[in-house]
Design a protein around this ligand. Structure first.
Ligand SMILES: Cc1cc2nc3c(=O)[nH]c(=O)nc-3n(C[C@H](O)[C@H](O)[C@H](O)COP(=O)(O)OP(=O)(O)OC[C@H]3O[C@@H](n4cnc5c(N)ncnc54)[C@H](O)[C@@H]3O)c2cc1C
Length: 490
């Protein structure tokens, strides 16, 4: 038994959905494209699972958050795929791949062959067992990666109202789940080995703000500690977690968010792996096989801005890499190199932040931490490389994205911190071919000051590149703000 397609997308997550829309926009003929996914539903906006999906009132449910509503584009329902002649092979796990023969074999034994393969297998949640802790299979231990996980988490949460929840892991999944658990009326303790939450991104000062906010909502933090075992009841359910220092925490529900692992196994020994992902070039194409592309969380691609290859685990990267790959496949002569400004966001309780670029080098904090409108700039080798802002408006996110994209030189970190958003605004006004932003930065506006020692050489060598970059950054930030504003529940 077998089927053959010109294009096969392996994986049915965010990147697959955006790739499908791009194929359709570019007029792929009916019957040529197929998506194979282990999941039972067509691609959806995965970030909804830790936000609107977990709300106790009017929760987000499919079909409302199928891709590509997150980018204010068409909602691709099963009907849409049918109408566009795109074959959805759902509930189907691919168990082996032969890139030389251009075939995939599913768990049911079907062979699906392709001319062009787009690998969009994303990543899976790391299990406790990988760290030597048994117990993931207990009824009240939850992970959160896909719709099944989210549905299960809601069921367990609703059966433990007012109970004790322990969240293992202080990353964004842990933080977003903890907020949702509190909103659902559970008493939450977060346990993680680092000195503060979101340790891969937040500085201690930024983390302190969120931790205080969470504590005011009743969340307890146990830092510098790890789970070593569970305590079970007679039915095998977890009733307590035991930490490395011997502490016992009562638990009616445990949510584990300890990281992810890219799904690359099918291609081990066939394609080049780098930084945990499938290595691709700036067209999202594997260097060793021109018929194979990789996109989204599973792809390690050149981030021009950083001059290095990165594997990103962010929804915006999945969407944009997907579109770029399809463009490179269908319009090779008109498609340049993927030139991406990394962008990541999160929303918890009434808070909302965005981050652009890279968090390496020295940090300058700015803004009103007490008032919940603050940020940070990262400066590496004398240049601005990353920007974070909490509580911003559209213009503010646009300008920090612009500034990060252009990478201005920074001579004085203290002054950068004093200027805060004004740095990005002044820079944007100097460099930006767009009309000046309508809103003048409220932060530090009264502080005035001379920026000349901060921006030593604002305009980059390649002026055209900066201008294009500004436009791209502005569109990313504009979308990001729109997404945050319009889709608060996701
Ligand atoms: C709960 C949650 C909240 C998030 N929130 C945010 C956020 O706020 N901001 C942000 O920037 N990012 C967020 N992310 C990250 C973002 O969702 C991911 O970066 C994005 O989903 C990556 O898209 P992808 O298509 O590469 O992978 P995925 O969306 O994971 O899709 C991979 C697909 O491949 C399928 N698959 C894998 N292996 C096989 C196989 N062998 N056979 C068949 N099918 C297979 C999977 O079942 C899945 O359908 C969040 C992620 C999660 C889990």
């Amino acid at each position: 038994m077998g089927r053959a397609f010109v294009y096969v997308i392996l994986g049915g997550g965010v990147a697959a959905g955006y790739a499908a829309l791009e194929f359709s926009k570019r007029g792929v003929p009916p019957g040529e494209l197929c998506i194979i996914s282990e999941e039972p539903v067509p691609p959806y906006e995965r970030p909804a699972l830790s936000k609107g999906f977990l709300l106790p009132e009017a929760p987000a449910r499919l079909p409302s958050f199928h891709t590509c509503v997150g980018a204010n584009e068409e909602r691709l329902t099963p009907k849409w795929y049918k109408e566009h002649g795109i074959e959805l092979v759902l509930n189907t796990r691919v168990k082996s791949a032969d890139v030389r023969r251009k075939t995939l074999i599913t768990a049911t034994g079907e062979t699906i062959s392709f001319k062009i393969l787009i690998i969009a297998t994303g990543a899976r949640a790391l299990k406790l067992e990988e760290f030597g802790v048994e117990g993931s299979n207990a009824e009240n231990v939850c992970y959160l990666r896909d719709l099944n996980d989210a549905t299960r988490l809601v069921e367990v949460m609703q059966s433990r109202m007012a109970g004790n929840a322990v969240v293992i892991g202080g990353g964004y999944i842990g933080m977003e789940c903890a907020a949702s658990l509190v909103i659902n009326g559970l008493k939450v303790t977060m346990v993680f080995p680092e000195a503060h939450c979101m340790a891969r991104l937040f500085t201690p000062k930024i983390a302190e703000f969120y931790e205080s906010y969470y504590e005011a909502k009743g969340v307890r933090f146990v830092k510098g500690n790890v789970l070593t075992s569970f305590e079970n009841d007679s039915e095998g359910k977890i009733k307590g977690v035991i930490l490395k220092d011997g502490t016992r925490l009562p638990a009616d529900l445990v949510v584990v968010g300890i990281g992810i692992r890219p799904n690359t196994e099918l291609f081990g020994g066939q394609l080049t792996l780098e930084k945990g992902g499938i290595k691709v070039n700036a067209r999202m194409q594997t260097p060793s096989n021109a018929s194979i592309y990789a996109i989204g969380d599973v792809a390690t691609f050149p981030v021009k801005l950083f001059g290095s290859n990165r594997r990103l685990e962010h929804v915006d990267s999945a969407r944009r890499s997907a579109r770029h790959a399809v463009s490179a496949i269908l319009s090779p002569d008109k498609t340049g190199e993927f030139d991406y400004l990394p962008f990541f966001y999160s929303r918890v309780f009434a808070l909302s932040w965005q981050f652009y670029g890279d968090n390496v080098g020295e940090v300058a904090h700015f803004g009103d931490f007490a008032g919940g409108r603050f940020g940070a700039y990262w400066v590496d080798k004398g240049r601005l490389v990353g920007s974070f802002y909490e509580g911003g408006n559209r213009e503010e996110y646009v300008v920090i994205a612009e500034a990060t994209r252009v990478r201005p030189e920074v001579a004085d970190l203290d002054e950068l911190g004093r200027l805060g958003l004004e740095f990005a605004f002044r820079f944007a006004r100097k460099e930006d071919p767009l009309p000046p932003p309508e809103v003048v930065a409220p932060v530090n506006a009264s502080q005035g000051g001379d920026t000349s020692s901060v921006v030593v050489a604002g305009r980059p060598v390649y002026g055209w590149h900066a201008s294009a970059g500004v436009l791209v950054a502005a569109s990313i930030a504009g979308f990001a703000y729109w997404y945050g504003w319009r889709r608060r529940r996701w």
